[in-house]
Design a protein around this ligand. Structure first.
Ligand code: BGP
Length: 463
């Protein structure tokens, strides 16, 4: 074996409540449920989250299939809108409690470590309408109450927790680039919401520290999509632009999560531009004192940056984009279905960055993967989808990850997005990511070639 990984390495896959469960028996709606109800045509083929991959009804069979392909760990999320009936009083929904209990028990029975995340873009719509969602400190407090409830209910069995998945995507989607409801473009609100998300994560961690789960060795992380920032050239302007993009899109969450502080230069920019967030010393202290035990890193694509060339219109709005522009690098590899660059080398850069600049904190690859449209055409006579491109993609990324681990980066696992093809926000079922395919017409699931591949990798501890 050329690439050997540690014995207890996590070989797994990740999904989320809103993308897999379907809305069956759900006590409340989240922003995506609501958005779909009012604007179906904004979703690919007008397919929404109502059924998703039917995990609410098929979790037993799904978890069995995950075991069948050798996965030893699985991340999903507990939906705030399923577990809680009344967000203010934190009154539980009995069926929500039953459902997550069952999912967790089923995983454990199958020998699959459950990693439970508490927020995957699924803000309750009522909390947006009533308080402005993540713009509001009230919502921060309600979130930490919900988190506390989840730790109490499931912390006897769930040993690995996550506060948020990709908080920067909430900022980009809701407040900058319009790919999440309510599609606001407002840089100042973006900055406040970013602070509040960091505070919400820290407050949830603070609650976690009080629980028996933590006292008995349970651990908590935040899941960040890191997009290493590479400047177009070594010119001072490009490097400066790239550094600002890095501070905003990566370090604005990474630094507080691990060090408890925000990048100084970024804070100076916010202050100079008059968009600094509102915070108190007490809140800063909570962020400082409640850092994560480990990190989940989602990696899909790098970020290519150049100094700004075209003017942006800032008259009535401030956007961090005034300091940089996206650089469309000639010759880059691309996944045409998703439009994302493929650059496995960044996996190594991430590993070394965490090692050198983030206390070599334990971390795992919590998502990586390739979304491909029209995979049915690769189905062979044996009924198996021949997704060799996915196997190659995984191998390439693992090779660079392995190199980082050889150099002592403290990575303990690799999760693909996703175990079974699932619903994907605005793209719905356009691009498929899973080890297991899902036929939307008859809900039939079949293991792809990559599913057979990961089984071997997991069994052998490498490839
Ligand atoms: C990540 C999200 C996932 C998932 C994945 C694939 O950013 O955490 O929820 O959706 O990306 O991206 P997409 O579904 O947009 O193709």
């Amino acid at each position: 074996m050329e690439y050997e990984f540690k014995k207890d390495f996590w070989w797994g896959a990740a999904s989320s409540g809103p993308q897999s469960e379907g809305r069956f028996n759900k006590a409340n709606d989240n922003v995506f449920d609501y958005w779909f109800d009012i604007k179906k045509d904004e979703f690919f083929n007008e397919v929404g989250p109502n059924i998703a991959s039917n995990f609410y009804n098929s979790y037993k069979e799904d978890i069995k299939m995950m075991k069948e392909i050798g996965l030893n760990s699985f991340r999903t999320s507990i939906q705030w809108t399923r577990l809680i009936r009344d967000f203010e009083t934190c009154e539980l929904d009995n069926d929500g409690v039953r459902f997550y209990n069952d999912v967790i028990d089923e995983c454990i029975k199958a020998g699959i470590e459950p990693i439970m995340n508490l927020h995957h873009f699924d803000l309750p719509i009522d909390l947006y309408n009533k308080y402005g969602g993540w713009e509001s400190k009230k919502v921060v407090d309600l979130f930490s109450k919900f988190a506390r409830k989840a730790f109490e209910l499931f912390g006897d069995r769930v040993k690995h927790w996550a506060t948020f998945n990709e908080p920067i995507v909430i900022i980009e989607g809701q407040y900058m680039y319009k790919h999440h409801y309510p599609q606001i473009v407002d840089g100042k609100k973006a900055v406040q919401a970013a602070y509040n998300l960091n505070l919400a994560s820290a407050k949830a961690i603070k609650e976690f520290r009080k629980t028996d789960c933590y006292k008995n060795g349970g651990k908590i992380c935040i899941i960040l999509n890191l997009t290493p920032s590479y400047p177009r050239s070594n010119s001072e302007e490009d490097v400066k632009a790239s550094n600002i993009a890095d501070m905003f899109f990566n370090r604005m969450f990474l630094d507080p999560a691990v060090h408890g502080t925000f990048p100084k230069e970024l804070v100076e920019i916010f202050k100079a531009d008059g968009v600094m967030w509102d915070s108190t010393e007490e809140e800063d202290r909570i962020i400082k004192e409640n850092t994560v035990d480990y990190l989940g890193v989602n990696y899909y694509q790098p970020s290519r940056i150049k100094a700004r060339e075209k003017e942006l219109d800032f008259k009535d709005n401030w956007m961090i984009d005034r300091y940089f522009e996206r650089y469309d690098m000639p010759g880059k590899r691309i996944n045409p279905h998703r439009g994302w660059e493929i650059y496995p080398e960044a996996m190594y850069d991430i590993a070394i960055n965490i090692k050198n600049n983030y206390k070599n904190i334990p971390w795992y690859v919590s998502e990586n993967g390739i979304g491909v449209e029209g995979e049915e055409k690769f189905r062979g006579k044996d009924g198996i989808i021949q997704d060799d491109y996915r196997i190659d993609f995984i191998k390439e990324h693992l090779i660079y990850l392995h190199k980082g681990i050889e150099e002592d980066s403290n990575c303990f696992g690799y999760h693909l997005w996703t175990p079974i093809d699932c619903w994907s926000w605005k793209n719905a079922y356009k691009n498929r990511y899973g080890f297991i395919s899902l036929n939307l017409e008859n809900m039939e699931k079949t293991i792809k070639k990559s599913g057979h591949f990961i089984k071997e990798v997991s069994k052998n501890g490498g490839f």
